[in-house]
Design a protein around this ligand. Sequence first.
Ligand SMILES: Nc1ncnc2c1ncn2[C@@H]1O[C@H](COP(=O)(O)OP(=O)(O)OP(=O)(O)O)[C@@H](O)[C@H]1O
Ligand SMILES: [Mg+2]
Length: 140
Amino acid sequence: MERVVITAGPEETQRLGEELVGELEEGEVVALVGQLGSGKTTFVQGMAQGLFVKERVTSASFLLARTYRGRMPLHHLDAYRISAPEELAEVGLLELLPPEEGVTVVEWADRIGDLIPPGSIWVHFEHLDGDRRRITLRRR
Ligand SMILES: Nc1ncnc2c1ncn2[C@@H]1O[C@H](COP(=O)(O)OP(=O)(O)OP(=O)(O)O)[C@@H](O)[C@H]1O
Ligand SMILES: [Mg+2]
């Protein structure tokens, strides 16, 4: 199962995140991969909308993880600053991979690839020209 979508701007990327979250079950993990500014956080904002989160979703980089309350919890992790996967265990974040409640979404998931449970949804973001992004979703 692989889906490839080209979005023309941030709103379309958000809509894709919103659609995806409607198909997820509690306990699932979504792994995001893509360069700086490729649209990962924008996608998470769409997921949050789909879960009726009222808070504004921002970059999780400095906090490593944030949980937003919505229809079910949305755990937002950012592995950008993680230099060794053991750091996640140290700060108690392994219990979110997978989560007991809600769903977990991880930015820079390729940096902690071994810790992403098999069967997770991987989403790759690539810059095309202008505001266009190629977004590839597959379960693996
Ligand atoms: N098609 C698009 N999809 C998503 N974002 C887009 C698109 N076109 C333009 N943008 C802009 O690109 C930027 C994407 O930023 P965003 O924070 O989502 O990226 P990111 O992948 O999370 O970056 P970082 O690696 O720094 O966390 C935003 O400013 C957004 O408005
Ligand atoms: Mg981001």
